[in-house]
Design a protein around this ligand. Structure first.
Ligand SMILES: [Ca+2]
Length: 438
């Protein structure tokens, strides 16, 4: 099926869905419980643009198949979507998916997850050169194969299990990486709004799971390990900014670049090169020592979230500053049972205070997620105000109040969200409302 035909079919199915929802909503009492949930969720989606005070991101590294109207509707509900480029540029199932998302939500921003300094080993091994199943990954692997990096004893540098580090200090390496992005952006049925670089750290970060290296990382091959080599560390730092600038030269100023990793969260000059940044595992990346959430909102710290949000560019609709946390805390609540409470709900409160976006997830994985209900307080009436123990902010139809008075390493805050005089969501450990699920 051609891309155009596929898009038309998707849209027709979507329109069918909406008509069905309208009809089904009128007959709600005749539906089974799961169908009632489905109808309510679809109604939420339909009313998306006027019923949400928090910008919503979907950061999903895992979902490979978006090719049905239901999936399109779920993802089109977001303001920003980050999906693995391999599934956008290589999967024939997903051809035209970006156009379908934009047909549902013209304002949606779709970003492709791309490697900032690595290649998957499996992208070379798994593919049959005559018929690669992942042509984008295979092209990336081959284009960057001359630029693998090595240790002082000749071992391959891996920064993540199965991911080889590329020598991004080498201009030709960056050129090869960018040429693959440009090629697939130009030729794929999916034209992205930009990329999500994973990841930029300073100093170089290597996953504890990948630390089986023999010898020391030696990007410049001078026999001196990265940790002792001042020039090498500076070259690596400089290469990250160069990669961003060179990508902008090739793909244009309007091509969005969002950074993952800790560097932009503390380095304002580097963040200023971006269109946004993600706090992965917020607030546990970017803030160390002491209570991380209190640090994130401490106006006396130079990299506090109120300040850091102002660092990225605004020329492409941003800044796209995303608070992501896939984890949950488990505790006995007011009625005794053990419950799992997503940390994303604390982050949603922070987003209401700071105008950041929140990414919810599911099952403790970096995949699709959403809050049970969207918070609809209308527009903010001003900036947040400090109260004795935390912050509050007034909105046209309600308010949000949070406090650090009773925090523990596990409990990030207490909070209340009020809509038209009524508490609609709250957390006062171990009490929470709504009780069955936040
Ligand atoms: Ca060296």
């Amino acid at each position: 099926m051609s891309t155009a035909l596929r898009s038309i079919v998707s849209l027709l199915l979507l329109l069918g869905c909406l008509v069905w929802v309208s009809a089904a909503a009128a007959q709600m009492h005749t539906l089974t419980p799961w169908m009632q949930d489905w109808v309510r969720e679809l109604e939420n989606l339909i009313h998306r643009s006027t019923h949400r005070s928090v910008s919503r991101a979907i950061v999903d590294y895992r979902t490979s198949n978006l090719n049905d109207p239901w999936q399109i509707l779920r993802y089109a509900d977001a303001d920003v979507v980050v999906l693995e480029s391999m599934y956008l540029w290589s999967s024939p199932n997903n051809a035209g998916i970006v156009a379908a998302l934009k047909a549902c939500n013209p304002d949606i921003v779709v970003l492709g997850y791309v490697n900032a300094h690595t290649t998957w080993l499996r992208w070379g091994v798994e593919n049959n050169p005559a018929k690669p199943t992942n042509p984008y990954g295979y092209a990336w692997y081959n284009a960057t194969r001359p630029y693998w990096s090595w240790t002082t004893t000749g071992d391959t540098v891996m920064t993540w299990p199965g991911k080889v580090m590329l020598n991004v200090c080498e201009p030709a390496c960056r050129k090869a990486m960018i040429s693959i992005l440009a090629e697939y952006q130009e030729t794929s049925p999916n034209r992205l709004d930009g990329v999500f670089w994973d990841c930029f750290n300073d100093p170089l970060w290597i996953s504890p799971d990948a630390k089986t290296l023999r010898g020391e990382v030696d990007l410049d091959g001078d026999g001196l390990g990265y940790d002792e080599d001042t020039d090498e560390r500076e070259a690596y730092r400089r290469s990250q900014a160069d990669l961003v600038r060179e990508t902008r030269q090739t793909l244009g100023d309007g091509f969005i670049q969002v950074f993952n990793g800790a560097r932009a969260l503390a380095d304002s000059a580097f963040a200023a090169l971006s269109d946004g940044m993600m706090y992965e595992n917020f607030p546990f990346v970017g803030f160390w020592g002491g209570h991380e959430m209190a640090q994130a909102l401490d106006p006396t710290l130079p990299h506090n979230l109120f300040t850091a949000r102002s660092w990225p560019r605004r020329t492409n609709g941003g800044p796209y500053v995303i608070l992501s946390n896939k984890d949950e805390i488990t505790f006995q609540d007011q009625q005794g049972p053990s419950i799992d409470y997503p940390l994303a709900y604390f982050n949603q409160v922070v987003a209401l205070l700071t105008d950041c976006a929140v990414s919810f997830h599911s099952d403790g994985l970096m995949t699709y997620g959403k809050p049970l209900v969207d918070i609809d307080l209308g527009h903010p009436l001003g900036p947040p105000e400090r109260n004795p123990d935390g912050f509050q902010r007034q909105f046209a139809k309600g308010s949000v109040t949070m406090s650090f008075a009773e925090i523990t390493p596990q409990v990030q805050m207490s909070y209340e969200i009020v809509y038209q005089g009524r508490v609609i969501q709250s957390f006062h450990y171990p009490h929470h409302f709504p009780r069955h699920s936040p």
